[in-house]
Design a protein around this ligand. Structure first.
Ligand SMILES: Cc1cc2nc3c(=O)[nH]c(=O)nc-3n(C[C@H](O)[C@H](O)[C@H](O)COP(=O)(O)OP(=O)(O)OC[C@H]3O[C@@H](n4cnc5c(N)ncnc54)[C@H](O)[C@@H]3O)c2cc1C
Length: 293
Protein backbone atom coordinates (compact mmCIF):
# COMPACT_ATOMS: atom_id res chain seq x y z
CA UNK A 1 0.00 0.00 0.00
CA UNK A 2 1.29 3.50 -0.86
CA UNK A 3 1.28 5.90 2.11
CA UNK A 4 0.45 9.51 1.24
CA UNK A 5 1.75 12.20 3.59
CA UNK A 6 1.23 15.92 3.94
CA UNK A 7 2.89 17.76 1.08
CA UNK A 8 5.90 19.96 1.98
CA UNK A 9 5.60 23.73 1.73
CA UNK A 10 6.81 25.14 -1.56
CA UNK A 11 6.73 28.36 -3.52
CA UNK A 12 4.59 28.20 -6.66
CA UNK A 13 5.39 30.04 -9.91
CA UNK A 14 3.20 30.18 -13.03
CA UNK A 15 5.32 31.99 -15.64
CA UNK A 16 3.63 33.04 -18.89
CA UNK A 17 6.77 32.90 -21.05
CA UNK A 18 9.36 30.23 -21.68
CA UNK A 19 12.26 32.60 -20.94
CA UNK A 20 10.75 33.32 -17.51
CA UNK A 21 10.45 29.58 -16.77
CA UNK A 22 14.02 28.97 -17.93
CA UNK A 23 15.37 31.81 -15.71
CA UNK A 24 13.48 30.45 -12.69
CA UNK A 25 14.96 27.00 -13.29
CA UNK A 26 18.44 28.49 -13.73
CA UNK A 27 18.00 30.34 -10.44
CA UNK A 28 16.68 27.45 -8.32
CA UNK A 29 18.16 24.42 -10.17
CA UNK A 30 17.74 21.11 -8.23
CA UNK A 31 15.62 22.88 -5.58
CA UNK A 32 12.90 23.43 -8.20
CA UNK A 33 10.59 21.03 -10.04
CA UNK A 34 8.75 21.65 -13.26
CA UNK A 35 4.98 21.00 -13.12
CA UNK A 36 2.96 20.12 -16.23
CA UNK A 37 -0.14 18.10 -15.32
CA UNK A 38 1.07 17.09 -11.84
CA UNK A 39 -0.26 13.51 -12.13
CA UNK A 40 3.18 12.08 -11.33
CA UNK A 41 4.75 15.03 -9.50
CA UNK A 42 2.00 15.51 -6.91
CA UNK A 43 1.89 11.78 -6.13
CA UNK A 44 5.68 11.76 -5.63
CA UNK A 45 5.42 14.87 -3.43
CA UNK A 46 2.67 13.26 -1.34
CA UNK A 47 4.88 10.19 -0.92
CA UNK A 48 7.75 12.54 0.05
CA UNK A 49 9.90 11.01 -2.69
CA UNK A 50 10.28 14.59 -3.96
CA UNK A 51 10.28 17.69 -1.77
CA UNK A 52 10.90 20.66 -4.10
CA UNK A 53 11.13 24.10 -2.53
CA UNK A 54 9.94 25.72 -5.78
CA UNK A 55 7.35 24.45 -8.28
CA UNK A 56 7.32 25.97 -11.77
CA UNK A 57 4.01 25.40 -13.55
CA UNK A 58 4.31 25.46 -17.37
CA UNK A 59 0.60 25.49 -18.20
CA UNK A 60 0.32 29.28 -18.71
CA UNK A 61 3.00 29.28 -21.42
CA UNK A 62 0.81 29.27 -24.53
CA UNK A 63 3.64 28.49 -26.97
CA UNK A 64 4.09 25.07 -25.30
CA UNK A 65 0.48 24.03 -25.87
CA UNK A 66 0.60 23.28 -29.58
CA UNK A 67 0.49 20.38 -32.01
CA UNK A 68 1.82 21.06 -35.48
CA UNK A 69 2.12 18.76 -38.51
CA UNK A 70 3.83 19.66 -41.80
CA UNK A 71 4.00 17.10 -44.58
CA UNK A 72 7.61 16.14 -45.29
CA UNK A 73 8.81 17.75 -42.05
CA UNK A 74 6.80 15.89 -39.44
CA UNK A 75 5.03 16.41 -36.16
CA UNK A 76 5.79 18.71 -33.22
CA UNK A 77 4.10 18.30 -29.86
CA UNK A 78 4.51 20.99 -27.19
CA UNK A 79 5.35 20.26 -23.57
CA UNK A 80 1.90 21.01 -22.13
CA UNK A 81 -0.12 18.94 -24.63
CA UNK A 82 -2.10 16.41 -22.61
CA UNK A 83 -2.88 12.80 -23.52
CA UNK A 84 -6.52 13.86 -23.80
CA UNK A 85 -5.78 16.60 -26.34
CA UNK A 86 -3.39 14.44 -28.36
CA UNK A 87 -5.64 11.39 -28.50
CA UNK A 88 -8.60 13.44 -29.79
CA UNK A 89 -6.62 15.76 -32.07
CA UNK A 90 -7.66 16.09 -35.74
CA UNK A 91 -4.19 17.48 -36.54
CA UNK A 92 -2.51 14.08 -36.43
CA UNK A 93 -2.52 12.24 -39.76
CA UNK A 94 -3.69 8.61 -39.65
CA UNK A 95 -0.09 7.38 -40.05
CA UNK A 96 0.65 8.62 -36.49
CA UNK A 97 -2.30 6.75 -34.96
CA UNK A 98 0.03 4.70 -32.71
CA UNK A 99 0.69 7.87 -30.70
CA UNK A 100 -3.03 8.19 -30.01
CA UNK A 101 -3.12 4.50 -29.10
CA UNK A 102 -0.25 5.01 -26.61
CA UNK A 103 -1.81 8.13 -25.06
CA UNK A 104 -5.15 6.34 -24.70
CA UNK A 105 -3.37 3.59 -22.73
CA UNK A 106 -2.49 6.10 -19.97
CA UNK A 107 -4.75 5.79 -16.91
CA UNK A 108 -8.32 7.04 -16.90
CA UNK A 109 -10.00 10.00 -18.64
CA UNK A 110 -9.20 12.20 -15.62
CA UNK A 111 -5.50 11.27 -15.73
CA UNK A 112 -5.33 11.79 -19.50
CA UNK A 113 -7.04 15.18 -19.24
CA UNK A 114 -4.29 16.47 -16.94
CA UNK A 115 -1.22 14.37 -17.73
CA UNK A 116 1.07 15.37 -20.58
CA UNK A 117 3.11 13.29 -23.03
CA UNK A 118 6.24 15.21 -22.06
CA UNK A 119 5.55 14.57 -18.34
CA UNK A 120 5.21 10.86 -19.18
CA UNK A 121 8.69 10.94 -20.75
CA UNK A 122 10.27 13.10 -18.02
CA UNK A 123 9.11 10.82 -15.19
CA UNK A 124 11.09 8.10 -17.03
CA UNK A 125 9.18 5.17 -15.58
CA UNK A 126 10.24 1.91 -17.26
CA UNK A 127 6.54 1.07 -17.67
CA UNK A 128 5.38 4.40 -19.17
CA UNK A 129 3.13 3.97 -22.20
CA UNK A 130 4.22 6.66 -24.65
CA UNK A 131 8.03 6.02 -24.77
CA UNK A 132 7.79 2.71 -26.73
CA UNK A 133 5.69 4.48 -29.41
CA UNK A 134 8.03 7.50 -29.43
CA UNK A 135 11.08 5.21 -29.72
CA UNK A 136 9.46 3.50 -32.71
CA UNK A 137 8.80 6.93 -34.24
CA UNK A 138 12.45 8.03 -33.64
CA UNK A 139 11.27 11.12 -31.77
CA UNK A 140 13.70 13.86 -30.75
CA UNK A 141 13.34 15.97 -27.63
CA UNK A 142 14.05 19.68 -27.60
CA UNK A 143 15.85 20.47 -24.33
CA UNK A 144 16.13 24.10 -23.29
CA UNK A 145 18.09 25.80 -20.49
CA UNK A 146 19.57 29.24 -19.83
CA UNK A 147 22.73 27.96 -21.57
CA UNK A 148 20.88 27.25 -24.84
CA UNK A 149 19.01 24.41 -26.50
CA UNK A 150 19.78 20.97 -27.91
CA UNK A 151 17.95 18.21 -29.76
CA UNK A 152 18.29 14.73 -28.30
CA UNK A 153 17.08 11.42 -29.81
CA UNK A 154 14.67 9.92 -27.28
CA UNK A 155 16.74 6.73 -27.42
CA UNK A 156 19.53 8.58 -25.54
CA UNK A 157 17.24 10.15 -22.94
CA UNK A 158 16.55 7.35 -20.42
CA UNK A 159 19.48 6.30 -18.22
CA UNK A 160 17.98 4.10 -15.44
CA UNK A 161 14.56 3.49 -13.84
CA UNK A 162 13.05 6.97 -13.18
CA UNK A 163 16.31 8.63 -14.29
CA UNK A 164 17.18 10.55 -17.43
CA UNK A 165 19.78 12.76 -18.98
CA UNK A 166 18.12 16.08 -18.01
CA UNK A 167 20.46 18.42 -16.16
CA UNK A 168 19.08 20.31 -13.13
CA UNK A 169 18.19 23.49 -15.02
CA UNK A 170 16.98 21.94 -18.27
CA UNK A 171 13.44 21.35 -19.46
CA UNK A 172 11.81 19.62 -22.41
CA UNK A 173 9.87 22.08 -24.54
CA UNK A 174 8.89 19.96 -27.52
CA UNK A 175 8.78 16.48 -29.05
CA UNK A 176 9.77 16.40 -32.72
CA UNK A 177 8.81 13.41 -34.86
CA UNK A 178 10.09 13.07 -38.44
CA UNK A 179 7.49 12.45 -41.13
CA UNK A 180 6.96 8.83 -42.16
CA UNK A 181 7.66 7.62 -45.71
CA UNK A 182 4.82 6.16 -47.84
CA UNK A 183 3.71 2.59 -47.00
CA UNK A 184 4.43 3.15 -43.28
CA UNK A 185 2.15 2.46 -40.35
CA UNK A 186 2.57 2.06 -36.61
CA UNK A 187 0.79 0.26 -33.79
CA UNK A 188 0.98 0.46 -29.99
CA UNK A 189 -0.23 -2.50 -27.93
CA UNK A 190 0.03 -3.06 -24.21
CA UNK A 191 -0.74 -5.67 -21.63
CA UNK A 192 -1.67 -4.58 -18.10
CA UNK A 193 -1.08 -5.95 -14.64
CA UNK A 194 -4.40 -6.64 -12.92
CA UNK A 195 -4.10 -3.98 -10.21
CA UNK A 196 -6.06 -0.86 -9.23
CA UNK A 197 -3.75 1.25 -11.43
CA UNK A 198 -3.56 -1.28 -14.30
CA UNK A 199 0.16 -0.57 -14.66
CA UNK A 200 1.55 -1.67 -18.01
CA UNK A 201 3.27 -5.07 -17.81
CA UNK A 202 4.48 -4.99 -21.41
CA UNK A 203 4.17 -2.15 -23.96
CA UNK A 204 5.09 -2.55 -27.63
CA UNK A 205 5.29 0.23 -30.25
CA UNK A 206 6.20 -0.62 -33.84
CA UNK A 207 6.56 1.44 -37.01
CA UNK A 208 6.86 -0.62 -40.21
CA UNK A 209 7.64 0.56 -43.76
CA UNK A 210 7.48 -1.71 -46.82
CA UNK A 211 8.62 -0.96 -50.40
CA UNK A 212 5.26 -1.70 -52.04
CA UNK A 213 2.18 -3.81 -51.45
CA UNK A 214 3.11 -6.45 -54.02
CA UNK A 215 6.56 -7.38 -52.65
CA UNK A 216 6.10 -6.20 -49.04
CA UNK A 217 9.87 -5.93 -48.46
CA UNK A 218 10.64 -4.27 -45.12
CA UNK A 219 12.61 -1.09 -45.84
CA UNK A 220 12.40 0.43 -42.35
CA UNK A 221 11.37 -0.92 -38.98
CA UNK A 222 11.53 0.36 -35.42
CA UNK A 223 10.33 -1.63 -32.42
CA UNK A 224 10.05 0.08 -29.00
CA UNK A 225 9.49 -1.95 -25.83
CA UNK A 226 8.28 -0.77 -22.43
CA UNK A 227 8.28 -2.37 -18.98
CA UNK A 228 10.69 -5.16 -19.99
CA UNK A 229 14.04 -3.54 -19.10
CA UNK A 230 15.32 -0.90 -16.63
CA UNK A 231 14.45 1.74 -19.27
CA UNK A 232 12.25 1.82 -22.38
CA UNK A 233 14.30 0.11 -25.12
CA UNK A 234 14.51 -0.65 -28.84
CA UNK A 235 14.49 -4.27 -30.03
CA UNK A 236 17.38 -3.66 -32.42
CA UNK A 237 18.19 -7.31 -33.15
CA UNK A 238 14.61 -7.95 -34.25
CA UNK A 239 14.75 -4.76 -36.37
CA UNK A 240 17.98 -5.92 -38.07
CA UNK A 241 16.43 -9.33 -38.75
CA UNK A 242 13.36 -7.81 -40.45
CA UNK A 243 15.17 -5.30 -42.66
CA UNK A 244 15.28 -6.36 -46.33
CA UNK A 245 12.97 -9.35 -45.83
CA UNK A 246 9.51 -9.92 -47.26
CA UNK A 247 7.12 -9.40 -44.35
CA UNK A 248 4.90 -12.45 -43.89
CA UNK A 249 3.50 -14.41 -40.96
CA UNK A 250 6.59 -16.62 -40.60
CA UNK A 251 9.10 -13.74 -40.66
CA UNK A 252 6.94 -11.80 -38.18
CA UNK A 253 6.89 -14.82 -35.84
CA UNK A 254 10.69 -15.13 -35.99
CA UNK A 255 11.17 -11.37 -35.39
CA UNK A 256 8.86 -11.55 -32.35
CA UNK A 257 10.95 -14.39 -30.91
CA UNK A 258 14.15 -12.36 -31.37
CA UNK A 259 12.56 -9.33 -29.67
CA UNK A 260 11.50 -11.55 -26.77
CA UNK A 261 15.08 -12.87 -26.38
CA UNK A 262 16.62 -9.40 -26.32
CA UNK A 263 14.15 -7.98 -23.76
CA UNK A 264 15.59 -7.71 -20.23
CA UNK A 265 12.73 -7.92 -17.73
CA UNK A 266 13.75 -7.99 -14.08
CA UNK A 267 10.62 -9.44 -12.52
CA UNK A 268 8.06 -11.96 -13.84
CA UNK A 269 10.67 -12.39 -16.57
CA UNK A 270 9.34 -15.55 -18.19
CA UNK A 271 5.80 -14.18 -18.47
CA UNK A 272 6.95 -10.77 -19.68
CA UNK A 273 9.17 -12.34 -22.36
CA UNK A 274 6.24 -14.45 -23.55
CA UNK A 275 4.07 -11.32 -23.69
CA UNK A 276 6.76 -9.49 -25.71
CA UNK A 277 6.62 -12.33 -28.24
CA UNK A 278 2.82 -12.22 -28.43
CA UNK A 279 2.53 -8.43 -28.65
CA UNK A 280 5.38 -7.86 -31.12
CA UNK A 281 3.82 -10.48 -33.39
CA UNK A 282 0.38 -8.86 -33.09
CA UNK A 283 1.72 -5.31 -33.53
CA UNK A 284 3.70 -6.17 -36.68
CA UNK A 285 0.73 -8.07 -38.13
CA UNK A 286 -1.59 -5.13 -37.44
CA UNK A 287 0.90 -2.59 -38.84
CA UNK A 288 1.10 -4.56 -42.11
CA UNK A 289 -2.70 -4.78 -42.23
CA UNK A 290 -2.96 -1.00 -41.73
CA UNK A 291 -0.57 -0.44 -44.69
CA UNK A 292 -2.67 -2.77 -46.84
CA UNK A 293 -5.94 -0.92 -46.06
C1 LIG B 1 -4.13 7.17 -11.39
C2 LIG B 1 -2.96 7.27 -12.33
C3 LIG B 1 -2.88 6.36 -13.39
C4 LIG B 1 -1.79 6.42 -14.27
N1 LIG B 1 -1.73 5.52 -15.31
C5 LIG B 1 -0.69 5.57 -16.16
C6 LIG B 1 -0.62 4.63 -17.26
O1 LIG B 1 -1.48 3.77 -17.46
N2 LIG B 1 0.45 4.73 -18.09
C7 LIG B 1 1.44 5.67 -17.92
O2 LIG B 1 2.38 5.71 -18.73
N3 LIG B 1 1.38 6.56 -16.91
C8 LIG B 1 0.36 6.54 -16.02
N4 LIG B 1 0.29 7.44 -14.99
C9 LIG B 1 1.40 8.40 -14.80
C10 LIG B 1 1.14 9.84 -15.33
O3 LIG B 1 -0.20 10.15 -15.44
C11 LIG B 1 1.84 10.07 -16.66
O4 LIG B 1 3.21 9.76 -16.56
C12 LIG B 1 1.66 11.52 -17.16
O5 LIG B 1 1.88 11.56 -18.54
C13 LIG B 1 2.60 12.51 -16.46
O6 LIG B 1 2.39 13.79 -17.04
P1 LIG B 1 2.18 15.11 -16.15
O7 LIG B 1 2.01 16.23 -17.08
O8 LIG B 1 1.10 14.90 -15.15
O9 LIG B 1 3.60 15.17 -15.42
P2 LIG B 1 3.97 15.94 -14.07
O10 LIG B 1 3.44 15.16 -12.92
O11 LIG B 1 3.63 17.37 -14.15
O12 LIG B 1 5.56 15.79 -14.12
C14 LIG B 1 6.16 14.53 -14.07
C15 LIG B 1 7.69 14.69 -13.92
O13 LIG B 1 8.22 15.27 -15.11
C16 LIG B 1 8.83 16.52 -14.83
N5 LIG B 1 8.44 17.39 -15.93
C17 LIG B 1 7.18 17.72 -16.31
N6 LIG B 1 7.20 18.48 -17.40
C18 LIG B 1 8.50 18.64 -17.73
C19 LIG B 1 9.17 19.33 -18.79
N7 LIG B 1 8.51 20.01 -19.72
N8 LIG B 1 10.52 19.28 -18.82
C20 LIG B 1 11.21 18.59 -17.88
N9 LIG B 1 10.64 17.92 -16.87
C21 LIG B 1 9.29 17.93 -16.80
C22 LIG B 1 8.28 16.97 -13.48
O14 LIG B 1 9.18 17.81 -12.80
C23 LIG B 1 8.10 15.63 -12.80
O15 LIG B 1 9.33 15.17 -12.28
C24 LIG B 1 -0.78 7.41 -14.08
C25 LIG B 1 -0.88 8.33 -13.03
C26 LIG B 1 -1.94 8.26 -12.16
C27 LIG B 1 -2.02 9.26 -11.03
Amino acid sequence: MIRLKKINNFEYFAPSTLSEAVSLLAQYKERAKVFSGGTDLLVQMKQRKLTPEYVIDLKNISELNNIDYKEGEGLRIGATVTHGILSSSQLLPEKFSLLKEASLAVGSVQTRNRGTIVGNIATSSPSADTPPALLALEARLKLVSAAGERLLPIQNFFTAPFKNILQGAELITEIQIPDLPPNSRGVYLWHSKITAEDETLVGVGVVLTVNNMEEKICTHIRIGLGSVAPTPMRAEKAEDFLKGKRVDADIIKQAAEIASHESLPRSRAEYRKEMVKVHVRRALTQALKKIEE
